[in-house]
Design a protein around this ligand. Structure first.
Ligand code: SF4
Length: 482
């Protein structure tokens, strides 16, 4: 049962859609922030639409969660897209709704499809075939105005023309592949916080609130590095403490680099004193002081989760990470000293210049760490993103990533728990991260072909010949049995 839902009726009803199922959507602070922005805007209301858990058994289909109204019956559909693989979810949601997924095939009677979300900070071009417009960057200060402009326009073409004249709005039909810069929300709109608490997510009942926005660091692979939207903006602790309801017994402190908040230890201690457990979205190893780890342990944390990012000290140096082996060793020792029972580390494999020696160093070092505290590794293949210094770096190849993962698993068997996301799907993510409208259309072909990895391979193989590097990658993947 949800708490905090905002009940409202207003003349302009927006369908606020998320191209993944409910538990993912409702764990997104950005989605909840836009929900609140629309529900608080005069004359505007929204109802939520989620991708069904199981597309083979979609239940009521693409209808609103609140009243069951069809998505197709709305004049405006606003969709929040977090990352590349959710482009398929948007196509699936529109197909399920009976709305032509391609903007060029929609008529006046169909909804105007507006996108936004974290993907806009790197590369929203693969969304181009599906959307009428995209709000770039931090949309909370402008989403209601954008929806009103669409609603007031006599035709969709007029709406697109009006939006193209607004700052931070990308209209693919009129802008081609020229992206406007990202919106930066006014300081008065911070912090974002989610009004709805729900037991039906992995965060079960957690109240989500932003402790800071952006980052002051410059990790070379990261879209949220300090050059994005002016770096880090801090939320004062007293503002956070006042905003979190007294009855919230779980609080999620969200931000790109929450552990860099200078008052983070005091914040955790304050919530402990209130009897609320705290979850933090990002802990940098060089920030894990004894006081901080102790505060987390007293708050109830049994595991300490942080990132080592690259397999070796040399690779971490190429990423401009501040994390060193000494930080990770100290973090493990402090976690143990404060009674925690596990260390969890995130790691990327398939980084440019990575070799088997880097993987062997990782085996050696994480074996050492596991002697201090039981260790889990969460591994993701590296995908170069636009709007980062590593933009344009190639994908290592599905075969290479799988070989590296095998090498890690063999070296760590019985000592370290290793979990990895799929190299194949990382390659799909990579093609879209580096792609444009043609890759977006290929997603639709893949979705119509069953949305399996094999259907993506076939669809990407049909991309124009000029996309040479990507084609090479297709060949590399094709050469191996699926
Ligand atoms: S990876 Fe984290 S610490 Fe590095 S730039 Fe991105 S948000 Fe900042």
């Amino acid at each position: 049962m949800e708490t905090g839902r905002i009940e409202k009726q207003a003349p302009l009803a927006v369908a606020l859609a998320y191209p993944s199922p409910y538990p993912v959507a409702m764990s997104s602070l950005g989605f909840q922030r836009i929900y609140r922005a629309l529900q608080e805007a005069p004359g505007v209301m929204c109802e939520r639409v989620f991708l069904p858990d199981d597309l083979r058994d979609p239940g009521p289909g693409a209808t609103t969660y609140e009243s069951g109204r069809p998505l197709a019956a709305h004049r405006v559909v606003a969709v929040s897209v977090a990352y590349e693989l959710e482009v398929a979810g948007l196509a699936q949601l529109l197909l399920l709704a009976g709305v032509p997924p391609l903007a060029e095939e929609r008529r006046e009677s169909h909804p105007f499809v507006l996108a936004g979300g974290p993907l806009t900070f790197s590369n929203p071009l693969p969304l181009s075939p599906f959307v009428d417009a995209v709000v770039m960057g931090e949309a909370e200060g402008m989403i209601a105005d954008v929806c009103r402009v669409i609603d007031d326009a006599p035709t969709k073409a007029a709406a697109r023309a009006a939006l193209a004249a607004m700052p931070h709005v990308f209209v693919p039909e009129l802008h081609g592949s020229e992206l406007p810069d990202s919106a930066k929300a006014d300081a008065s709109l911070l912090p974002a916080w989610g009004p709805i608490r729900t037991p039906d997510t992995a965060l079960s009942g957690m109240f989500l609130i932003e402790a800071e926005r952006g980052c002051s660091r410059r990790c070379t692979y990261c879209v949220m590095r300090r050059s994005t939207n002016g770096g880090m903006r801090l939320v004062p602790p007293e503002v956070i403490l006042e905003r979190v309801p007294r009855d919230a017994d779980k609080v999620g402190l969200v931000g790109a680099a929450v552990s860099d908040h200078p008052k983070i230890v005091e914040l955790v201690e304050s919530f402990t004193a209130r009897g609320a457990s705290v979850g933090l979205s990002s802990l940098r190893p060089d920030r894990l002081s004894d006081a901080f780890v102790g505060a987390l342990a007293r708050n109830g944390a049994r595991a300490l989760t942080t990132a080592m990012d690259g397999a070796s000290e040399r690779l971490r140096g190429t990423l401009e990470r501040k994390a060193k082996e000494t930080h990770l060793v100290r973090a493990a020792e402090r976690a143990k000293a404060h009674g925690m029972t596990r260390l969890k580390l995130y790691l990327m494999v398939g980084l440019p210049t990575e070799t088997g020696e880097d993987i062997d160093e990782c085996v050696r070092f994480t074996t050492e760490l596991s002697r201090i505290l039981p260790l889990s590794l969460g591994i993701a293949p590296f995908c170069a993103k636009r709007n980062t210094p590593m933009d344009g770096a190639g994908f290592a190849g599905v075969d290479v990533v799988d070989d590296r993962l095998d090498r890690l698993r063999r070296g760590l068997r019985g000592r370290v728990e290793v979990r990895a996301t799929s190299a194949k799907w990382a390659w799909v993510e990579y093609v879209l991260a580096q792609g444009a409208a043609a890759e977006g259309r290929a997603v639709l072909e893949a979705v119509r072909d069953g949305a399996s990895f094999a259907s993506y391979k076939r669809a990407f193989a049909r991309l124009p010949a000029s996309r040479e590097r990507r084609r090479l990658r297709v060949v590399e993947v094709e050469d191996r049995p699926a």
